[in-house]
Design a protein around this ligand. Structure first.
Ligand code: PLP
Length: 349
């Protein structure tokens, strides 16, 4: 099986397991897990922030981040495809009483003109607009990595309006590697950043929220409230430290494989994809309705040992990761060409 459904399907490597079982442990809720403490200090320093807090999932670190900045009744601004608003179970409203104002923009990114047009005077009528929530790289935006100058413009606008900024950096390292900026260049522009260890970095779970000492103190209370405070957290912190050392630079390989995969499948007549837009490890593509639906296409691929999920009537989403190499993506592209051909043959026959 070649599994391209998500970059979350990876299993820990033997060396990562080793890092987990040999990690020094203590009770993290008492602040006594040396490995968790080391991870938090390391990531805070790496991102140029004062403090960090290990969380169990990306959803949890995002929602704790929002909680640091907003009160019930407040509103945040976010791209209409943003994970925080669309894929976290309605948590902003359910957990913190926050409403999400969804705004358009190409490839999951916002721009100042759109934000300015959406801005409402802050009187007694409207929700209090409190936070701008950004995503880098974008997920449903097709793995786009924000250009640094555009990110700066949007964050400057937020500052002018007195807004806080939270970055959903589930795949921040993918973006940094792709655009060749340092994660600190992005982190310094925002108040809080969440990063996932369970995506391209290859850990079984774990995420981290980074920000000022004040925000992380608030976050620590919220983490307890949200059920995310752990005991021997070094088991996962050890994996995360290992991943930060060994699995960041290799993300370029995932990006090259994603681009190669897109280029290959672009040769199929019934597939629509734009390889030039593939900057990181996410590839959205469409199957021509004349062939059939994305669900049917996905089914036929599974029969050939390739797993790619449909994400719409004609759309599918493939992700490259640590557990697939160049040969695997070439084989997957080959299977796509076969499936594309097979149906065409049936139709003609
Ligand atoms: C995966 C992901 C998250 C976190 O999701 P979890 O399943 O909770 O780890 C957050 N934001 C984006 C953009 C993601 O892709």
């Amino acid at each position: 099986m070649i599994d391209l459904r998500s970059d979350t399907v990876t299993k820990p490597t033997p060396a990562m397991y080793e890092a987990m079982v040999t990690a020094e442990l203590g009770d993290d809720m008492a602040g006594e897990d040396p490995t968790a403490n080391r991870l938090e200090a390391f990531v805070a320093e790496l991102l140029g922030k004062e403090a960090a807090l290990l969380c169990t999932s990306g959803t949890q670190s995002n929602q704790i981040g929002l909680r640091c900045h907003c009160q019930p009744g407040d509103e945040l601004l976010i791209h209409e495809t943003g994970h925080v608003a669309n894929f976290e179970g309605g948590a902003p409203a359910a957990m913190s009483g926050i409403s999400c104002r969804l705004l358009p923009g190409e490839r999951g990114m916002l721009d100042v003109a759109t934000l300015e047009a959406a801005w409402r005077p802050q009187g007694q009528h409207h929700p209090r607009t409190r936070l701008l929530s950004l995503e880098n790289s974008t997920n449903i935006g097709g793995g786009a990595a924000w250009p640094l100058d555009r990110f700066i413009e949007v964050c400057d606008w937020a500052r002018e309006k007195g807004l806080k900024v939270h970055l959903d950096g589930a795949r921040l390292f993918n973006a940094a590697v792709a655009r060749e900026y340092h994660v600190r260049d992005i982190a310094e522009l925002v108040d809080t950043v969440s990063i996932c260890f369970s995506k391209g970095l290859g850990c079984p779970f774990g995420s981290i929220l980074v920000g000022s000492s004040d925000d992380i103190a608030k976050a620590r209370r919220a983490r307890k409230l949200f059920g995310g405070a752990l005991r021997q957290a070094g088991v996962i912190a050890g994996a995360a430290l290992y991943a930060l050392e060994h699995h960041v630079d290799r993300l370029t390989e995932d990006h090259e494989n994603a681009r190669l995969f897109a280029e290959r499948i672009a040769e199929c007549e019934v597939i629509c994809v734009r390889p030039v837009e593939i900057e990181t490890n996410i590839v959205f593509f469409e199957v021509d309705p004349a062939w059939g639906t994305a669900a049917e296409f996905s089914q036929k691929l599974a029969e050939r040992g390739v797993r790619i999920n449909p994400v719409g009537r004609q759309r599918l989403r493939a992700l490259t990761h640590l557990d697939v190499n160049r040969d695997d993506v070439l084989a997957a592209a080959g299977a796509i060409a076969e499936v594309a051909q097979a149906r065409a043959a049936v139709t003609i026959g």
